[in-house]
Design a protein around this ligand. Structure first.
Ligand code: COA
Length: 204
């Protein structure tokens, strides 16, 4: 029990975590000095993700969270195998290097969805099928796609950064089906088309 109590007191370092400071989350495993037990013990959100169904349900969200959790613990080989299992079962390619809130929703089991490393996804984000989130910079570089909370990304949309630059999609934005987003999207805006243009500003 001692290590669990210590762990629960460890402050969670993940800015996207929906867990409180005294609860467990994947990022805690990275905080120096914590005594997280066996390396392969997975964080609760892998099992308790409401979008991913019951604890025994296999879903692309759950496999993605699992791959990310393994990668954060430096189990790169296993993380890659779980990612491959996700691709095999659901025909997606969801990188294990992202920072993704556990309540992400993948419409139609994330069919055809491709998400690179260097992607940060906020809370309650809905991503429909065939979406691509692509960072034109090497994995591990500081350039990222940052998706804010409550964003909706429509089917077949592509979000691609300018070369070696970051791209932000503001909180509550809607990206239309088939849009190609190459620049920042303001919070609350709706963008459609190729290249994506704002058709609706934030409504209060
Ligand atoms: C972008 C979206 C959120 C806009 O919804 P909305 O706020 O209700 O906007 P409207 O339907 O009033 O459309 C506003 C304008 O954008 C156009 N538009 C809407 N969606 C568009 C799209 N994906 N591509 C191009 N133009 C689009 C409309 O034709 C309309 O143009 P108009 O003013 O000249 O008539 C929605 O159309 C959409 O694409 N959702 C994606 C959902 C999805 O992918 N679901 C998958 C389920 S399998």
């Amino acid at each position: 029990m001692a290590h669990k109590d210590n762990h629960r007191r460890t402050r969670c370092g993940n800015p996207l975590s929906r867990y409180n400071a005294d609860e467990r989350c994947a990022a805690c495993a990275r905080v120096a000095g914590n005594e997280y037990p066996a390396a392969l013990t997975l964080p609760d959100h892998v099992w308790r993700n409401p979008q991913a169904g019951g604890a025994r349900t296999v879903s692309p969200e759950r496999l993605w969270m699992w791959a990310i959790a393994l990668r954060k613990r430096e189990h790169r080989w296993l993380a890659k195998r779980v990612k491959q299992l996700n691709s095999f079962l659901y025909h997606n390619s969801l990188a294990a290097g992202g920072d993704v809130s556990p309540d992400v929703y993948l419409g139609h089991h994330g069919l055809g969805t491709v998400i690179h490393d260097n992607v940060t996804i906020g809370r309650r984000v809905r991503i429909w099928q065939n979406v691509t989130l692509s960072v034109r910079a090497p994995a591990g570089s500081p350039h990222r796609i940052i998706i804010g909370d409550d964003v909706m990304i429509g089917a077949n949309a592509v979000v691609i950064t300018p070369f070696e630059k970051s791209l932000h999609v503001g909180q509550g934005a809607n990206i239309g089906a088939g849009a190609v987003v190459t620049h920042d999207v303001p919070a609350g805006a709706t963008v459609v088309g190729v290249p994506a243009q704002v058709v609706r500003e934030k409504t209060t």
